[in-house]
Structures are given as C-alpha cells and as structure tokens.
Design a protein. Structure first.
Length: 46
C-alpha cells in the first residue's frame, strides 16, 4: 500500500513537472533569446 502511494506521488510530481515545462516552454525560449541578445551586447549574466 505504501509502495503504491509512493508510486502515485512520483507520477503526480512528474505530471506537475511536465505541465510546468509545457507552460514555461515559450518563456524559456524568450529568456534564451534575451540571453543571446545580452551576450551579443557583451553584458555578462550572473
């Protein structure tokens, strides 16, 4: 029973993770674009 519960929690966490990834995919692309622009300008990102 505990093992099943643990598996369910792992699956639930994975689903949340995938959902978050799907939502932030566009934001990540935007961030990468911004990062690239800053690199070209010579601004270091800490």
């Amino acid at each position: 029973m505990i093992d099943n519960d643990h598996r369910w929690q792992e699956r639930y966490r994975t689903c949340l993770f995938l959902d978050r990834n799907r939502q932030t995919a566009a934001e990540q692309q935007q961030w990468l674009g911004e990062t690239q622009k800053r690199k070209e300008k010579g601004v270091s990102i800490s």
